[in-house]
Design a protein around this ligand. Structure first.
Ligand code: RIB
Ligand code: CA
Length: 309
């Protein structure tokens, strides 16, 4: 059965690799569109980056731009990891400038796409501002969303503060709205993406051997890897690729079900806590991914890239 899917992202180098894997496996998918949100870089950059990827793949997938800043907080970006453009490392040329933007209002765009199908799934690899605003603006869409595959949060370490992961730190209010919406969620948090779903230097070098698409992925990942090494990280976590891989091939992961609470007050903003009390306050039942079959996860990306060459 064809699966209807929307992807909300902030490309972003790992978002770009995640989009690559999704597009490579679209035979049984109806990709309704890609929406962008301010995060890794400002909205103009991340939207241009989505258009660069669609031009590179010569795919006619609708791109719509969404919120340029979080619901309440100021925007906090991650240029030190993803570069000045938000997707440094590879020259995509200027053809993307002719790629038409389907809409400059991702909320309306998502609502129209959702109205056109019976049911769908959403993959979210960025601050959840667009998704939260969609739910608040059009709560009737919630019942049509079968599952959310989210990269964000952590049961242990943070990467922006000791407590918080970037996507949930940037917009904790949006994360809380989404986690309280009652939709089944599969969560790829840092405790899994950093510790279990990483690429080594050798894994990244291997990308070069996978044609034109592999060379593009290598160039982006090499930039990301070198930026991460500057802050002492030698195994590059494939954060957003986990959200797509858990959507496409869930058997690559094992998860545990928890009620997950999102902290929005300032001192621990963006922290995601598994509420293990017998009667947890928050009633969501999130499939929190805990482990990954790392080599199979890595090889699935190589196999996906090969399909696009
Ligand atoms: O913390 C990792 C997340 O923040 C990823 O989605 C990455 O792209 C950045 O947005
Ligand atoms: Ca991202």
């Amino acid at each position: 059965m064809t699966r209807n899917v929307l992807m909300d992202c902030d490309p972003g180098i790992d978002d770009a690799i995640a989009i690559t894997e999704l597009i490579a496996n679209q035979d049984d998918l109806n990709i309704l569109g890609i929406t962008t949100v301010g995060g890794n870089q400002t909205l103009d950059y991340v939207t241009n980056n989505a258009k660069k990827l669609m031009s590179f793949f010569d795919k006619k997938i609708d791109v719509a731009s969404g919120c340029d800043k979080p619901l309440v907080k100021d925007l906090y970006t991650a240029g030190e990891i993803h570069g000045e453009t938000g997707m440094d490392g590879y020259d995509f040329g200027n053809d993307y400038q002719n790629y038409p933007l389907a809409s400059a209002n991702a909320i309306e765009f998502m609502k129209q796409k959702i109205d056109s199908v019976e049911q769908l799934e959403i993959i979210a690899t960025a601050p959840l501002t667009n998704v939260a605003l969609l739910f608040k603006t059009y709560p009737e869409v919630i019942n049509k969303i079968n599952h959310l595959y989210i990269m964000g949060g952590s049961l242990e370490q943070g990467n922006i503060t000791a407590a918080a992961e970037f996507n949930f730190f940037v917009d904790p209010d949006a994360a809380k709205i989404v986690f309280d919406a009652g939709i089944p969620i599969t969560m790829s948090g840092l405790h899994m993406t950093e510790d279990k779903a990483y690429f080594t230097t050798e894994d990244i070098e291997e990308l070069k051997n996978h044609g034109r698409v592999g060379e593009m992925c290598y160039a982006l990942m090499n930039f990301y890897h070198n930026a991460e090494k500057q802050v002492g990280v030698t195994k590059s976590p494939m954060h957003d690729i986990c959200a797509v891989a858990s959507f496409l091939k869930p058997e690559l992961f094992t998860g545990k079900t928890y009620s997950v609470a999102i902290i929005t007050d300032d001192n621990l903003r963006g922290m995601s806590l598994a509420d293990k009390r017998l009667q947890p306050e928050v009633k969501n039942q999130v499939n929190v991914l805990m482990d990954a079959k790392r080599e199979e996860f890595r090889d699935f990306l190589y196999e996906s890239i090969n399909k696009l060459n």
